[in-house]
Ligand binder design. Sequence first.
Ligand SMILES: [Fe+2]
Length: 184
Amino acid sequence: MSSQPWLHQRGAEVQEFGTVRQFPLGLSHDARLYSSQRLNQVLADTQILYALYKKHHWLMRGPTFYQLHLLLDKHAGEQLQLVDMLAERVQTLGGVAVGDPRHVAEITSVPRAPDGAEEVPAMLSRLLEAHETILTEAHDAAATTAEMGDDGTSDMLVSDVIRTGELQAWFLAEHLVDTPLVRA
Ligand SMILES: [Fe+2]
């Protein structure tokens, strides 16, 4: 007997991306497959939004640096919770969640930001647009997954993805109001 671990193991792929296993959830195969596909799109875009929040948290600058630096990190943390929730919903339905960032990049519909830094209002606008992309997808997916009987997915999209996204979008948008700070 040896306690040497078996290292460098490789194996066959046991479930292909884009398929769902049979789970006894009272939902049809088609409903679970459809929900998994819609969730993976929202998941990929949410992973990109999370990364954009971190990028802009780091690259922030100017007189409102500190407040935006902190706000964007708070939003990033909340988006990261959504990433985990969405991925685990895909798994709950018997699917395969998109995980590798290179796979995420192939799937996302959020445009790529420049590798460098943009002006502050442009960074905030970019985040707002990513929010709207996800919100539009989530509204549509919430309605259609509910029609197919997947109330759990629909509820998550409304109660978690949409409500969190709407609130974060409000906090961002208020930073783009050109209002006097000292004299009215
Ligand atoms: Fe940080």
